[in-house]
Ligand binder design. Structure first.
Ligand code: AVJ
Length: 323
């Protein structure tokens, strides 16, 4: 019999609106201007990201899926986990590879998915509850940089943070996130972390600047979000997509470059924002990693890296670490 999914809401109704307003005010007043990448993902942005994952240039999703397809059974036997906690909605095919392996291993009893979007989360946990009928499915509406302390689940748990999303954090945010994750886990529980790897600049830049222009549209989508949610009057066509490799920091940076001098008004903030011709606003960093760096950062947070797997081509890594 199917156990009804439970959705716990840890964010006030107006959380998204308030934090977008705060992020936009801070980021658009800064120099250089910045906006956090989490605001790409409204319904249209999530759909564009789905399209990105199928582009020939965007290898991370396929590479991580290859690793999970090969290693999910090993992850299940090594961890013997009762609970899979997924940071992100857990809607993906990659999550299924893990869940099927844990179920085949006979250990799976609970699934916890944490996401900021209540709509995406309700849809995902509804689907999971009907596919994994004997498993308790819990959705937690929250921000994984703030609400890790609230994660339920029967030990031993595996916290999965896939896709390379950890690369969106700045180094100090990454350290904080890993330490907070370690803090909520009991000794012997697990972190399964997906990290994209440093590689030649052409491959990296093309993955973030595809020929079909889908990533450019995804990048400009943040302006559509500001227009709709904050009454801004950006013309997205006034901005050019820029993706560049920062070799010193080893991250890809996405920016929006104003094609001409312009001033946008953000009604909800009572704010006018001037862009000079050619001015660039940073909209995302996507850090790329090396094994030593990942294992050092995990160790600094109190984890022990026990397994490191890459795809055949060595583009992407999945690491399994013990708390
Ligand atoms: C979802 C954060 C892993 O950084 O590769 C894809 C987002 N940005 N193309 C990434 C993204 C541009 C993606 N993550």
């Amino acid at each position: 019999p199917m156990t009804d999914p439970v959705v716990e809401v840890h964010l006030p109704e107006d959380h998204a609106a308030r934090s977008l307003a705060a992020d936009a005010r801070a980021g658009l007043s800064a120099s250089p201007k910045t906006l956090p990448p989490k605001w790409f993902y409204d319904a249209r942005g999530s759909d564009l990201f789905e399209q990105i994952t199928r582009l020939p240039e965007y290898y991370p999703t396929r590479a991580e899926r290859e690793i999970l397809a090969a290693r999910a059974p090993e992850i299940a036997t090594v961890t013997g986990a009762h609970t899979l906690v997924e940071l992100g909605s857990g809607s993906s095919e990659k999550t299924r590879l893990l869940l099927d392996a844990l179920r085949d291993n006979g250990s799976l009893s609970q699934i916890v998915a944490l996401d900021v979007s209540e709509t995406a989360l309700r849809e995902a946990v509804g689907a999971l509850a009907s596919e994994y009928a004997d498993v308790q499915v819990t959705g937690v509406v929250g921000d994984f940089t703030q609400h890790l302390g609230l994660l339920p689940g029967e030990p031993a748990r595996v916290v999965a943070f896939l896709g390379g999303t950890i690369g969106n954090f700045l180094p100090e945010e990454r350290a904080q996130f890993l330490a907070a994750t370690r803090e909520v886990l009991k000794p012997g529980e697990w972190l399964l972390l997906g990290t994209d790897l440093v590689k030649d600049e052409t491959t990296l830049v093309q993955a973030y600047d595809d020929a079909a222009g889908v990533t450019a549209e995804f990048n400009r989508n943040v302006l559509h979000v500001l227009n709709r949610e904050l009454g801004a009057d950006f013309d997205p066509a006034d901005f050019e997509h820029v993706a560049c490799w920062d070799a010193e920091n080893e991250w890809i940076e996405m920016r929006l470059r104003a094609k001409k001098a312009l001033t946008a008004t953000i009604a909800a903030l009572e704010l006018g924002v001037a862009f000079a011709e050619g001015e660039e606003m940073r909209t995302e960093i996507s850090a790329k990693f090396r094994r030593d760096g990942v294992s050092g950062e995990l160790a600094a947070a109190g984890f022990t890296l026990e397994h490191w797997w890459t795809d055949e081509a060595g583009r992407f890594a999945l690491s399994l670490s013990r708390a």
